[in-house]
Design a protein around this ligand. Structure first.
Ligand SMILES: CC(=O)[C@@H](O)[C@H](O)COP(=O)(O)O
Ligand SMILES: NCC(=O)COP(=O)(O)O
Length: 250
C-alpha cells in the first residue's frame, strides 16, 4: 500500500458561489490558499468550456499561488484545442483530461479514451512534453485503462461517481459491486505502471473503502468538502476528510 494517500481539493464550487452574485467573493484562489494551509496535498480545478465556475484568470492566479506554495495544481480540462492552448501556456504541474458536455450538471462518466484515442493521444503527448503530468479521467474498465496506457498517460483517475450514487441510494449491493470494479481497475492500472487516482462524488460517508484501495495514490474531492465547509468551515472539513482517509489506510 502506498505510504501517504494524497488529497487533492477541488475548489470549483467556491467559484460557483462567487459567480452566483457576479462579484469577486468568495475568491476560489483564496479558497485554494485556505485548503493548502489546511493540509491539501494538491489543488484541482476544472476550467470548463462554459466557464460556469472556474474562469481563465482564476487559473492564472491559481497557478501562481500553487507555484509559490510548492503545491501541485491539477487542471481538469476537456480534450479540445482551446483547453490545450490554455494548459500549454499555464504549465500546471498536472492536467487531467475529462469528458465534458455543456448540458451536463456535473461530470457524468469517464472519458472514452478507446473511442477518442486519435484525438487524445496527441494532447497527452504535447502536455507531457510541456512538463505537465497527464491523467485521464476514466471508468475502471480494462479497455479504457489499456487505452490510457497506450496514449502515454502517466496517471488514470478512476471515476467514482456511480459508486457514490449507489451509496447515496443506499444500494449497498450495487455499491459493493462497483467498489470491486474500482479495486480491480486500480490493481490492473498499477500493474501497467500507471499511477492511480480516484474521484467524483466522494464524501465522509463513502470515502473509506476508496481510500483503502492499496494502489490509490490520490483522491480528488471537491463538491462535498466545499458543501461541508458551509457548515463546519473549510479547515475542519479538510481535516475530517484527511482523518477518515488516513484511518482507512492502517
Ligand atoms: C471531473 C470531476 O469529476 C470533477 O472535477 C467535476 O468535473 C467537478 O466539476 P463539476 O462539478 O463542474 O462537474
Ligand atoms: N476529479 C474529481 C474532482 O476533482 C472532484 O469531484 P467532486 O468531489 O467535486 O465530485
Amino acid at each position: 500500500m502506498s505510504d501517504k494517500l494524497r488529497l487533492g481539493v477541488n475548489i470549483d464550487h467556491v467559484a460557483t458561489l462567487r459567480n452566483a452574485r457576479g462579484g469577486a467573493h468568495p475568491d476560489p484562489v483564496a479558497g485554494a490558499w485556505a485548503a493548502i494551509q489546511s493540509g491539501a496535498d494538491g489543488i484541482t480545478a476544472h476550467l470548463r468550456e462554459d466557464r460556469r465556475h472556474m474562469r481563465d484568470d482564476d487559473m492564472v492566479r491559481l497557478q501562481t499561488l500553487c507555484e509559490s506554495e510548492d503545491i501541485p495544481l491539477n487542471m481538469e480540462m476537456a480534450a479540445t484545442s482551446e483547453m490545450l492552448k490554455i494548459a500549454l501556456d499555464l504549465k500546471p504541474k498536472a492536467v487531467c483530461i475529462v469528458p465534458e458536455r455543456r448540458e451536463e450538471r456535473t461530470t457524468e462518466g469517464g472519458l472514452d479514451v478507446v473511442g477518442q484515442h486519435n484525438s487524445v493521444a496527441p494532447i497527452v503527448r504535447e502536455l507531457t512534453e510541456n512538463g505537465s503530468r497527464v491523467s485521464l479521467f476514466i471508468e475502471a474498465q480494462r479497455t479504457q485503462i489499456d487505452a490510457a496506457k497506450s496514449c502515454g498517460a502517466a496517471v488514470v483517475e478512476l471515476h467514482t461517481g456511480a459508486y457514490a450514487h449507489a451509496h447515496e441510494d443506499d444500494n449497498i449491493e450495487l455499491a459493493a459491486e462497483i467498489l470491486k470494479t474500482l479495486q480491480d481497475g486500480a490493481t490492473y492500472a498499477h500493474s501497467l505502471g500507471l499511477e492511480v487516482h480516484l474521484g467524483h462524488g466522494l464524501t465522509f460517508d463513502n470515502v473509506s473503502d476508496i481510500a483503502a484501495i492499496p494502489e490509490a495514490v490520490e483522491l480528488n474531492i471537491g463538491h462535498f468538502i466545499i458543501g461541508e465547509a458551509v457548515f463546519m468551515g473549510l479547515e475542519p472539513a479538510i481535516l475530517e476528510m484527511r482523518r477518515i482517509m488516513d484511518a482507512a489506510r492502517v
